[in-house]
Design a protein around this ligand. Sequence first.
Ligand code: ADP
Ligand code: MG
Length: 412
Amino acid sequence: MMPSMMDVLPNGEETGDFFAVDIGGTNFRVILVSLSEKRGEVARFEMEEFAIPEEYFSCHADRLFDLLADSLVTFAKRYGFSGNRTAPVGFCFSFPVDQTAVDAGTMIKLTKKFDNEGFVGSDPVQMLQRAILRFKAPFKVVALLNDSVGTLAGACYEDPNAKVGVILGTGTNACYVEQVANIATLAKGSTKRQTMVVNTEWGNFTAASLPITEVDREMDETTPNAGEYHFEKMVSGMYMGEVARRIILRLAEEAQLFGPSVPDELRVEWALSTPAMSKIVEDGSWTLSRTAQILAETLHLPPSRCTYSACSTVKAVCLMVSRRSAALVAACLAGLLCHIGRDGSNGAMQETTVAIDGGLFEHFDAYREFLSEYMEQMLGPEVAAKVQLKRIRDASSMGSAYLAAAVTASSE
Ligand code: ADP
Ligand code: MG
């Protein structure tokens, strides 16, 4: 867990034009929000989203930052931003960073698919600011945060009960509002305020009680960050499909799931994506024809090998991997709520909002149900009823712009 240095959160009173750049694991976004005088009102919201081109996962960091700066500058021009005065930018950078100020930090390591040189040890704010200067553009990066912090900030703008931010996308992370007095690693005098957002970096959580399986370990060895981020690899969108594929392959090898021979296509690493896996989980057809279709499309298994019995085993595996993820997230979330006294254990339970963003949570309907089900099991129905798992689309990007606004307002 690391202090995020964010000791202000937006409250809806911010005004002006703010930009954000948001880079996660799969996509990046640039956004513009105009916050009006009316409390909590967004007068204007513009966003552009791009898939990160494959080459940028391994190029030098400078090139990736040039891409971000170029996109921001082009975007601002397209939406008629004149550039007469310097515009504040919130930078949502979803990698582990040792944050030293709201607008400074040192990159600790790369995660997810990224394997670039020039990142680790550098300050992402300076790198982005330098790239912006190369375009001679009038932007100042005023806030550095990760997507979980952005999501919490996005929720705070209109909901004072928002205390926890969670990402369930390519990767996973969570942050929460902590009493400054409880943050032992924070240097004395770092803030005059009472509370600060703590970044749990729970993707890297590991413990003897975390039930890591042989399949998890085998997959881990093929990732750029082997040996780390075990929780993320059991939970998030980048990995779940691959975990399921490996189990299915083992069943084909050891229990002849698809007949006497093992289809070669099943051996292709990362061939089963989490979105495809989620469609199998949600296959409600009597004959599991959708599952057979997905196996044909993604793993190129001929229909003759996808018997009903094979499909139903495949579905059971995908369901198990999905439920495991939801149960682990619920357990950590319940732990976090307990830590901040919002688990009903100390008197009346206050309404609490857990703001959640990310493609896994947004697009996988059954997953949201599993998560609610496990939250109820962990907290009991009465307490769980007071915990709202709020899906906030684009929250991390919006929240980054709001935070740029809150930081600007607090320094004026
Ligand atoms: P990022 O993490 O880059 O910000 P997103 O929040 O958009 O990106 O999340 C993308 C991830 O969401 C993908 O890696 C994918 O695994 C997952 N995802 C997208 N659609 C679905 C779906 N229908 N079912 C399950 N997972 C999905
Ligand atoms: Mg994201």
